[in-house]
Write a protein that binds this ligand. Structure first.
Ligand code: DAH
Length: 353
């Protein structure tokens, strides 16, 4: 075998055993480069007789082209393998379950949901939303609402009092959202149509009571608002909120110092199973208190009861949420148990679930 054939075989096997693009590059420089193995025989051409030079030159040239194409070929193969490896690395297993988006995992608390539902119903009827402070004065929580000092109705509220301030004032945690009625009437001239939602506090804790709870309250003041308007409006509310079509509520006489006459509203229901059914059955469940605003309350807010009249109502959000969504224990609302929330909470993107 001639020296050229030996050289060719050597280069071929070096190309065959090259393991990377970098190996190939080194090989290319070592064979085809200026000082490469194929350049050395080329240098011998000058000293050869003309005919021999022509033949040898041709052989060398063909060999060079051949080696070049072998290198290109192998380079392409490496590239292809690299692309396949990359595809393999970056491939996604579309059969894997998709990780849940945080907006899908999060749940709206049933209390928030219930407040939203109640407020939406009254907003649709044209009510504005009002709020007030949780820390109140005795004046707004009691006196202005016609609870005379020493009246037993004050004691019924199991109030949390703060320590007496050096100026003699003793603040308290509001026991109901009704003080916001006074704040609204002080600020705004009638006609007033507001719905108030917020927290209230009383020293009480059992299956249906918690020391902090939620109320939604409404107030209408103008010169013509009647008890019939109030009864119609509360009926509409109950039908919409409890999703019953016909009239299944009753008004019972009651007492609140800030309304005269005062009433409580019961809704007809079937309590024989764990989940209460509304609109049928032989039971009645109390859901709210209401009445015509007491003239003393109007006077306290500088509104002349000869000109203005109105009505108000208030209800426990936690209680109506328990009733509507069939939750047995009020205290679960505040236990921050994520499993409870996953079960009873509402999807933010689909509030009906
Ligand atoms: N504030 C009352 C309570 O907490 C509820 C209530 C009753 C509010 C009658 C009202 C009303 O506005 O008119 O027990």
């Amino acid at each position: 075998m001639g020296s050229i054939e030996i050289l060719e075989q050597k280069i071929r096997s070096a190309i065959d055993t090259a393991e990377s693009i970098e190996d190939l590059e080194v090989l290319r420089v070592n064979t085809l480069g200026k000082k490469g193995t194929l350049s050395t025989p080329l240098k011998r051409l000058g000293s050869m007789p003309k005919e021999e030079r022509k033949a040898f030159g041709l052989v060398l040239n063909n060999l060079k082209k051949h080696i070049e194409s072998l290198l290109i070929e192998k380079h392409k193969r490496f590239k292809k393998t690299m692309i396949f490896q990359q595809i393999e690395r970056e491939s996604i297993d579309v059969t894997l379950p998709v990780r849940q988006d945080p907006t899908e995992r999060g749940r709206i608390h049933p209390i928030t949901q219930t407040i939203d539902e109640v407020i939406t119903i009254f907003s649709d009827m044209g009510f504005m939303i009002a709020t007030g402070p949780d820390v109140e004065t005795d004046y707004y929580n009691f006196t202005a609402l016609n609870f005379p000092i020493g009246h037993p109705a004050r004691d019924m509220h199991d109030t949390f009092f703060f320590n007496t301030h050096e100026n003699g004032e003793r603040k308290l945690l509001r026991t109901h959202t009704s003080p916001v009625q006074i704040r609204a009437m002080e600020k705004q001239k009638p006609p007033i149509r507001i719905v108030i939602s917020g927290k209230a506090y009383r020293m009480d804790s059992d299956v249906t009571h918690s020391p902090m709870f939620h109320q939604v309250e409404g107030l209408v003041v103008d010169s013509t608002a009647t008890i019939a308007n109030m009864m119609w409006m509360l009926e509409q509310f109950c039908k919409t909120f409890f999703e019953v079509s016909s009239r299944k509520i009753r008004f019972r006489p009651s007492f609140f110092p800030f309304t005269e006459p005062s009433m409580e509203v019961d809704i007809q229901c079937d309590c024989s199973s764990r989940k209460v059914k509304f609109g049928t059955g032989h039971n009645w469940m109390e859901i709210l208190g209401c009445g015509m605003i007491h003239p003393n309350v109007l006077r306290t807010c500088n509104l002349d009861p000869e000109i203005y009249q109105g009505f108000a109502w208030g209800m426990g959000v936690d209680r109506i949420a328990m009733l509507k969504y069939g939750m047995p224990d009020l205290r679960d609302f505040f236990n921050t148990d994520i499993r409870w929330l996953e079960h009873y909470g509402f999807s933010p993107l689909n509030p009906s679930t």
